[in-house]
Design a protein around this ligand. Structure first.
Ligand code: IPM
Ligand code: MG
Length: 361
């Protein structure tokens, strides 16, 4: 099959990790008889340097014309990079928000898994980490505070900033349906996270999620307040299967969950719309401090490519092969610097890509 993939190498370590993900995809293509057709586009700082803006309309059109988008990472050092001297709407992150909205990528899936091989890196107490965990954070991605009306004004000499958190029931329903669908393929539990003791948007969220739950009698639904959820993620992460939540809560909780795995360099993500189209990217950032040194961990991007094969192309066998390759390389004790532990062999970004590709046979 022909796979039309738009790639966004982006900034920092982005270009290096995307190169390794392509290496692995190319191996998959040759072993399983597919054809990968890539087109690179600029986004973030890389686009600012060439076009003065973080995402052009042409780049959006290129992304739309593909079957899926594979992204590295965008952004630079916020204190030293000249990109952050620009007005907010021209900074690298604005490109990411723009592409999410333009492609209607409302469902963000962020798995947080404790890898057996990397259990030592987990910062939690041993009696907690021993239980293991494997959760999927489903974050609403195109609504809420991120996309509400905002402005900064001055009233009687006092500066005032306003952000608004809006959700309508349709926005809540479509992400809830995705959340329950995914739960059906997992351990059939949804924890819907909100702040219903304070916010109207959360009270509506809870109502709509309960309505959707009626169509999924096999799924256990529980509600949890976001502050409690932040606690439970470190107290007892094994309790979670699917965490379903709005944009801002999901941003914060997914960082917490990934940190708790101890291996953020391993975590993939998918952002999906109503069709099979998706944007796939590692959960970590652009790590400008280690860019260009061939020491970044490409595994999260490689696993994002596996999610792409699974969700956008229905190529489950091929996705399984990539995931098995990752496990096998870890079992053979190869590690990049971020997940290094005693007795293992330290490898660079390129070598990790070679090792992963070699496992696909
Ligand atoms: C993320 C990032 C983005 C977000 C930033 C870069 C705008 O933190 O993908 O989680 O807040 O959504
Ligand atoms: Mg974030």
């Amino acid at each position: 099959m022909q796979l039309h993939i738009t790639c966004i190498p982006g900034d920092g370590i982005g270009p290096e990790i995307v190169t390794e993900a392509k290496k692995v995809l190319d191996k998959v293509a040759s072993v399983y008889g597919h054809e990968m057709i890539y087109k690179d586009i600029l986004m973030g700082g890389a686009s600012i340097d060439v076009h003065g803006i973080p995402l052009t309309d042409e780049a959006i059109a290129d992304a739309k014309s593909a079957d899926a988008v594979l992204m590295g990472s965008i952004g630079g050092d916020t204190t030293t990079s000249p990109w952050y001297q620009l007005p907010p709407e021209k900074r690298p992150e604005a490109g990411l928000l723009k592409i999410r909205k333009a492609l209607n990528l409302f469902a963000n899936l962020r798995p947080a898994i404790l890898y057996e091989e990397l259990a030592e890196a987990c910062p939690l107490r041993k009696d907690i980490s021993e239980a293991g965990f494997d959760m999927m954070i489903m974050r609403e991605l195109t609504g809420g505070l991120y996309f509400g009306e905002r402005r900064t004004v001055e009233e009687n000499g006092i500066r005032k900033a306003i952000d608004t958190l809006t959700y309508d029931e349709n926005e809540i329903r479509r992400i809830a349906i995705k959340g329950f669908d995914i739960a059906m393929k997992r351990r059939k539990k949804v924890t819907s996270v909100d702040k219903a003791n304070v916010l109207d948007s959360s009270r509506l969220w809870r109502k709509v999620v309960e309505e959707v739950a009626k169509d999924y009698p096999e799924v256990t639904l529980e509600h949890m307040l976001v502050d409690n959820c932040a606690m439970q993620l470190v107290k007892d992460p094994a309790q979670f299967d699917v965490i379903l939540t709005e944009n801002m809560f999901g941003d914060i909780l997914s960082d917490e969950a990934s940190m708790v795995t101890g291996s953020i360099g391993m975590l993939a993500s998918a952002s999906l719309n109503d069709s099979k189209f998706g944007l796939y990217e590692p959960s970590h950032g652009s790590a400008p401090d280690i860019a260009g040194k061939d020491i970044a961990n490409p595994i999260a991007t490689v696993l994002s490519a596996a999610m792409m094969l699974r969700y956008s192309f229905d190529l489950d066998r091929e996705a399984d092969a990539i995931e098995a390759a990752v496990k096998s390389v870890l079992k053979k004790n190869y590690r990049t610097g971020d997940i290094m532990s005693e007795g293992c062999t330290k490898v660079g970004c390129k070598e990790m890509g070679d090792l992963l590709a070699a496992e696909i046979v």
